[in-house]
Design a protein around this ligand. Structure first.
Ligand SMILES: Nc1ncnc2c1ncn2[C@@H]1O[C@H](COP(=O)(O)OP(=O)(O)OP(=O)(O)O)[C@@H](O)[C@H]1O
Ligand SMILES: [Mg+2]
Length: 261
């Protein structure tokens, strides 16, 4: 473990058993994340990205290896790390405001503080006019924004995000990406983001981990060394886009060769 490592994943392997068959989902995955970093995980569907997030968040146990946060083994979920699930996880019987207040109901804050903080983050995601509606009265993208506000309101040290912007239109996605960067630079939150969107990974991340499938491994780590705010039409951006794209092309041709042997 390096001096500044906040999260370490060391030689982690994980299998699932489905209908008498074992599936080796993560194989000898190692990575380190420093405090305040934004890292993205890219890889094809089913390669183990959500499983890796679950393991980092303590929602899944590993078969082999260890995950640490601040040098301590992660044995289960904690309030220091919040997971933003792929399916939003909103409670249908609670209003937008009450959903965001949910994570704050731990006695640390009183009712007035909870409400103020929830409203602050709902304003950031552009939903102040919807606070009294219920989740089924919102669009999918709005539900996702409520889930983002709820995660941010807890002000965790670590946010694990599983495709948080996938359901949003381009305008809202770009807007929320910028909001996330603003909030993150203020609060120094560490973010691990799973995405299918190469541009999103380049726009947001300090580093991008590219996973290969069957079994899931981290096959490449790319540092995005270009200043923020980043310009999606800049040459640097194209450079990283090409670099990442080539990784996927390479893995496809390699698989084809392996099949031919
Ligand atoms: N709780 C579980 N029980 C059994 N098998 C699981 C479980 N969770 C995931 N798997 C299996 O592990 C593999 C990897 O799943 P995972 O959800 O990590 O993929 P992913 O990379 O996040 O895919 P996607 O991009 O489609 O979300 C899949 O084949 C899936 O069926
Ligand atoms: Mg997934």
């Amino acid at each position: 473990m390096g001096r500044a490592d906040f999260i370490t994943v060391e030689d982690v392997s994980k299998s699932f058993f489905n209908q008498d068959q074992s599936e080796h989902v993560l194989s000898n995955v190692s990575l380190q994340i420093q405090k305040g970093e934004i890292v993205s995980v890219l890889g094809e569907s089913g390669c183990g990205k959500s499983t890796l997030l679950n393991v980092i968040g303590g929602f899944e146990q590993v078969d082999h290896g260890i995950v640490t946060m601040d040098g301590q083994p992660v044995k289960g979920p904690s309030r220091r790390g919040i997971m933003l699930f792929q399916n939003y996880g909103l409670l249908p019987w609670r209003s937008v405001l009450k959903n965001v207040e949910l994570g704050l109901e731990d006695g640390v804050t009183n009712g007035k503080q909870r409400r103020e903080r929830a409203l602050h983050y709902l304003e950031l995601v552009g939903l102040l006019d919807k606070v009294n509606l219920f989740p089924h009265e919102l669009s999918g993208g709005m539900q996702q924004r409520v889930a983002i506000a709820r995660a941010l309101a807890i002000q965790p040290e670590l946010i694990l995000m599983d495709e948080p912007f996938a359901a949003l239109d381009t305008f809202n996605r770009y807007y929320l990406q910028d909001e996330l960067l603003t909030i993150q630079s203020k609060e120094k939150t560490t973010i691990v983001l799973v995405t299918h969107d190469i541009d999103e990974a380049i726009y947001l991340s300090n580093r991008v981990f590219i996973m290969s499938a069957k079994p899931g491994r981290v096959k490449k780590e790319i540092a995005i060394r270009t200043p923020r705010p980043r310009d999606r039409s800049h040459g640097d951006f194209q450079h990283f886009r090409k670099m990442i794209f080539e990784e996927f092309e390479f893995s496809r041709s390699k698989t084809a060769i392996e099949y031919n042997i």
